[in-house]
Design a protein around this ligand. Sequence first.
Ligand SMILES: Nc1ncnc2c1ncn2[C@@H]1O[C@H](COP(=O)(O)OP(=O)(O)OP(=O)(O)O)[C@@H](O)[C@H]1O
Ligand SMILES: [Mg+2]
Length: 182
Amino acid sequence: MLTLADHILDITENSVRAGAKFIEISIEEDTAQDLLAIEIKDDGHGMSEDVLQKVLDPFYTTKTVRRVGLGLPLLRDAAERAQGHFFLKSQQNSGTQVKATFGLGHLDRQPLGALINTIIILIISNSQVDFFYKHRHNDRRFELDTREIRKEIEDIPINHPEIIKYIRAAMEEGLRDIESEA
Ligand SMILES: Nc1ncnc2c1ncn2[C@@H]1O[C@H](COP(=O)(O)OP(=O)(O)OP(=O)(O)O)[C@@H](O)[C@H]1O
Ligand SMILES: [Mg+2]
């Protein structure tokens, strides 16, 4: 079964393919509003009006290796099956914003899945890209910004095993903190 982390990986890989240098990934869980929102924003080359029109058709892709584009339609279906909505905003030469909402407690809402591994994979395999990960659980927040980490580590590469170990530990602790009830 697909998890929301799988969708995040796919949508963020689209951003990387679009040449993004900075990608914001935001997750908001709100129990009182029974709402889960996921948003991915990039500064890549964006989509033309023409691509934007076609992109929610599950057979449209600009890839040449495989001619079926599924990432965006699958996320839209996942949102709509859990009483949520899907938003896509994109402008050529300025970037793309993808947002999906879900009924947090809806029976068909896909689980978050392996979020930490997903973010780690994205950072390791795209070390030229900066990621800003924001996660809110009710009134608690966790943020991880590779731009800030780069300032601290100076000329050590962001995908150095020791740095990755640090990022994983920070995410494990941070996500545990925001999920725990006060
Ligand atoms: N962030 C983005 N910036 C620019 N273009 C994008 C972005 N996201 C998607 N697109 C365009 O939309 C098309 C469809 O994206 P989608 O994720 O649905 O399928 P895909 O990436 O082509 O294939 P798949 O995700 O199934 O491997 C892409 O081929 C690309 O042309
Ligand atoms: Mg894709």
